[in-house]
Design a protein around this ligand. Structure first.
Ligand code: ACO
Length: 326
């Protein structure tokens, strides 16, 4: 077991709310369709002058305050995001600058919706190897700036936000009991942002074609997400020798209620153990897991000693599952 502890959590959620009723005025959709097919009722949207690093810096500050630390106590900052501030430098470097820090290692993990759990896995490795003592891991996105607001099949799904955790060496039996992560790059083009990188640099044509926005084959994503999320959760539980009865809370990536329900059923976990924030925030990609973990802690659903199973799936495709003892 990797003995470590999440000593603080925090979030940053824009105050502007976009409801399904608002979306009805923007595209040919209905509250009924969105609620039935996804479970989403509203989502948060960042102001035009807010970028991913603003939300991430705010979430890290809040997580450090929760841990009783100043951000300067961190010796590494890991940002999971698919909506980077800039192609270079990393969003983590922008975050570090906004926190007024100089020195801690700072880097991004590009693993889509699995970004926070990938980051947590890296933070565990850094701490267990003695390379770092306190790591800030944050998942943050401003999806609203990469969504095509004329495409009803994608624009209704996403929201903006960030969630962070401060991870430190632990005592006793808290930590990551087991984890499972992976990727299948053969399916990269099923869900991606086609233009803006070196494959297809920005041109007038790419802008005209809306190629800087989310392109997704929704039903293929759906099929793979269900399979990978349930397998990652089940494998981590088996490795940790944790039975469904031992689990206090299941915190899946919040993309679609139907994906979450099937993943939960396949992991043989009862409905009352699944924590849901999807209806309030939509799919915030890498931010959904840390935001849900923070809200579950705030509500008292996660306490010291709680066993939490978390799992995610995202662009790449990437997936990750972890069993944590808080
Ligand atoms: N409002 C009304 N109708 C819509 C909308 C909308 N917003 N979007 C699509 N439709 C229509 C389609 O045009 C289609 O109409 P047609 O039958 O006349 O052609 C019909 O609804 C059914 O479309 P489907 O795509 O088959 O609907 P489905 O039940 O598969 O739901 C959805 C679509 C919600 C996108 C689903 O496939 C999904 O959730 N996939 C996973 C995608 C996801 O979560 N991606 C996020 C990133 S990855 C991750 O986080 C895991």
């Amino acid at each position: 077991m990797k003995s470590l502890k999440i000593i603080g959590t925090g979030v940053s959620l824009p105050s502007r709310v976009l409801t399904n009723a608002d979306l009805e005025k923007m595209v040919d959709t209905s509250d009924e369709w969105i609620t039935e097919r996804t479970g989403i009722r509203e989502r948060r949207i960042a102001d035009d002058d807010v970028s991913t690093s603003d939300l991430c810096a705010d979430a890290i500050k809040n997580a450090c305050a929760d841990a009783g630390l100043e951000p300067r106590a961190l010796d590494a900052i890991i940002v999971g995001t698919s909506t980077a501030d800039t192609l270079f430098p990393s969003t983590a470097c922008w975050v570090q600058g906004k926190l007024g820090l100089r020195g801690p290692a700072a880097f991004d993990v590009s693993a889509g919706c699995s970004g926070f759990l990938y980051g947590l896995e890296l933070a565990s490795a850094l701490i267990v190897s003695g390379t770092a003592t306190r790591v800030g891991v944050v998942g943050g996105e401003v999806m609203s700036k990469v969504v095509n607001w004329k495409d009803r099949s994608t624009c209704v799904l996403f929201g903006d936000g960030a969630g962070a955790a401060v991870v430190a060496a632990g005592k006793g039996d808290s930590g990551v009991l087991a984890s499972n992560w992976g990727a299948d790059g053969n399916l990269a083009s099923i869900l991606y942002q086609p233009a803006g990188g070196t494959q297809k640099p920005a041109t007038h044509q790419t802008v005209e074609d809306n190629a800087h926005t989310v392109h997704m084959e929704g039903s293929t994503v759906f099929r793979h997400a269900v399979m990978a999320m349930s397998q990652a959760a089940t494998s981590a539980m088996e490795e940790a020798e944790i039975k469904p009865d031992d689990v206090d809370l299941f915190v899946p990536h919040q993309a679609n209620m139907r994906i979450m329900e099937v993943a939960r059923e396949r992991a043989r976990l009862p409905r009352e153990k699944m924590y849901v924030v999807l209806h309030k925030y939509g799919n915030m990609s890498a931010a959904t897991v840390p935001v849900a973990l923070h809200e579950a802690r705030t509500e008292g659903r996660i306490k010291d000693g709680s066993v939490v199973v978390t799992t995610a799936f995202g662009t790449g495709f990437t997936w990750a599952g972890s069993v944590l003892r808080w």
